[in-house]
Design a binder for this molecule. Structure first.
Ligand code: PGA
Length: 241
């Protein structure tokens, strides 16, 4: 694992956006794996700026999001679908048909998991996948547990995650209890990975990820199995390492 520590959130966001923009320049038809959450907001903001000012085009780019809540409509204000359009897709020239986000409200959710995996394979696999990390060490919505889903699956959200994400909802009761998420093999099959962590609330999870042996109790430890994973931290997130 290549670990890079930046001064602050601004630098972290810039570095992540530059890595993505560089990939898009080198391979304009790249397949990108994309996260949601507070951490990547700065990265998306910069990518939109690069699109507007620097001729970076998403015209041939394909994207696959990591996860989505179950039983939430795509236009729900807290859906990851909505987040992606608000923060990136509606501002750039990506083609609608090249955007892939798991359908959390699919009638047959098991079939949706299989369909999602198939779409990733049919796209030729993910060239560059961007990840966050949860305060509890989760990866995408792969929560600490005795076992870890291999491929895209339906999972139960931990109370920790539901509380951490509750500000997007009217109250904690409204936060979905389940989600659809890429599995650990889906994630590790990406050719390149970058993982972003910012803030002191992530210092414990980053420490566990780096220092602990691989364990499903800290799903982020699995990133160590990837040969081309780069961890981008700001100073606060790197405080314990
Ligand atoms: P955050 O979420 O960026 O909102 O902290 C990251 C995660 O939960 O994976």
């Amino acid at each position: 694992m290549n670990v890079i520590t930046l001064n602050d959130y601004e630098e972290l966001s810039k570095k992540a956006a530059r890595i993505l923009a560089g990939k898009i320049e080198l391979k304009p038809d790249s397949v990108l794996g994309l996260p949601t959450g507070g951490t990547p907001l700065g990265m998306y903001k910069r990518l939109v700026e690069y699109y507007q000012k620097e001729n970076i085009s998403f015209n041939k780019i394909t994207t696959f999001n990591l996860d989505e809540y179950i039983d939430i409509k795509p236009d729900h204000p807290a859906s990851f679908n909505k987040y992606m359009y608000e923060n990136l897709f509606k501002h750039v020239d990506i083609k609608e048909e090249n955007i892939h986000i798991p359908k959390g409200n699919a009638e047959d959710i098991q079939a949706e998991c299989i369909r999602y995996e198939k779409e990733i394979s049919q796209a030729g696999g993910i060239d560059l996948l961007v990840l966050g990390i949860g305060e509890n060490g989760h990866l995408a919505f792969l929560e600490p547990s005795d076992s870890i889903p291999v491929w895209t699956s339906v999972v139960k959200l931990s109370e920790h995650t539901r509380i951490a994400n509750s500000s997007d909802f009217e109250n904690i009761e409204m936060v979905p209890k389940k989600a659809i998420t890429m599995g650990i093999k889906t994630i590790l099959s990406a050719e390149n990975i970058i993982l972003l962590a910012s803030g002191k609330n992530k210092a414990w999870a980053v420490e566990q990820m780096i220092k602990k042996d691989i364990t499903p109790q800290i799903p982020a430890t699995f990133v160590k199995l990837h040969e081309k994973a780069t961890i981008l931290l700001d100073k606060e997130a790197a405080a314990n390492i």
